[in-house]
Design a protein around this ligand. Structure first.
Ligand code: SF4
Length: 326
């Protein structure tokens, strides 16, 4: 079931998207959707204790609203798109292609993204080690809008990720980051080092309009090290049958880490040196995929099956599956 977990992982929304969506969703729910959501509640004739079945329906509704808002509002390519998403999914999304239902096909994903955001905030809010955080990189000429987690000086880029123990264990054993995470950081490196003037000038316009964003502070970046902070959780893992199994997995992991006394055994860091050309093929991939997406959008075309960036491994959870199959 590990592959299942990987598929779910790709569905998680990037941090900036989650925040924008939550902000928009709250407004819309307050002003327009309140009545709609109340329909579910009004079906309950007498007051009853919390009901998980009703909660599942509520989540389904909210997930549908959230995804619809996101899909309709989004006009830019994000880091997740570049790192892992199927190119046809990206083009459908940016062309505002309608779908039958926007609801997530696996609802616990909502809890998982909330956990991810909380973990992310917990680390950022309790450390002074980062010199810059939540940096917006908006590059209109490439239809890109992304936000990177942290920088330490001009040479170190830091990315925080939460994940199930099964994947955490693989990272500890292999001492390698997940491939999608690495592509994501290579996108940040590429944009910081090559589009800094455009990022800063566009960002200044946004600030002038009254919206607060964090722009890169320095005039030059040369990313030589990428650090991943991996935080394990298992609450929404799908590859375990019981809590006993989770506890056993954690016990084995502590043994592996030789960290009986380390209360933060579920957090680990990995530093990758990217000064030795190892970044080149990853950056080439990002650049090529980005140009290809823009080509399809400029020409109003949908990527065919022969496009190397169409990824059928992602179809199971894709909102456009019916459209693709028809
Ligand atoms: S259904 Fe599959 S091929 Fe079609 S857009 Fe989604 S992920 Fe891509």
């Amino acid at each position: 079931m590990t592959d299942f977990n990987n598929l779910i992982e790709m569905l998680e929304l990037p941090q900036e998207v989650v925040e924008d969506v939550i902000e928009n969703e709250q407004l819309i729910i307050m002003e327009e959707q309140k009545d709609h959501l109340n329909i579910i509640r009004s079906n309950v004739e007498v007051y009853e204790p919390f009901n998980i079945e009703i909660f599942t329906k509520e989540l389904h509704e909210r997930s549908s609203i959230k995804n619809q808002l996101y899909r309709e509002a989004t006009q830019n390519i994000n880091a997740y798109d570049l790192a892992t998403n199927c190119i046809r999914d990206i083009v459908y999304k940016l062309l505002n292609t309608p779908v039958e239902s926007f609801a997530d096909k696996w609802l616990p994903i909502l809890l998982r993204s909330t956990l991810g955001t909380a973990i992310h905030n917990f680390i950022q809010d309790n450390s002074d080690q980062f010199t810059e955080r939540e940096i917006s990189l908006k590059i209109p000429s490439k239809r890109v809008s992304i936000r990177l987690d942290n920088l330490i000086g001009s040479n170190i880029l830091v990315e925080i990720k939460s994940l199930p123990y099964s994947e955490y264990e693989k990272i500890i054993r292999s001492c390698r980051p997940r491939i999608g995470d690495f592509y994501q950081t290579m996108a940040y490196k590429y944009f910081l080092e090559n589009f800094l003037d455009e990022i800063k000038s566009y960002g200044s316009e946004v600030i002038k309009s009254g919206k607060k964003i964090n722009l890169p502070l320095l005039d030059k970046y040369d990313i030589q090290k990428v650090q991943f902070i991996y935080v394990a959780h298992d609450v929404t893992a799908t590859d375990v049958e019981s809590f006993d199994e989770i506890i056993e997995r954690i016990r084995q992991l502590k043994k592996l880490l030789n960290s009986k006394s380390n209360t933060f055994f579920f957090i680990t860091t990995l530093v990758v040196d990217v000064t030795n050309n190892i970044a080149d093929p990853y950056i080439d991939y990002i650049r090529k995929k980005l140009d290809r997406i823009n080509y399809y959008l400029d020409n109003g075309k949908i990527p065919g099956d022969d496009d190397e960036f169409v990824d059928k491994k992602k179809c199971f959870f894709c909102l456009y599956k019916k459209l693709c199959d028809s």
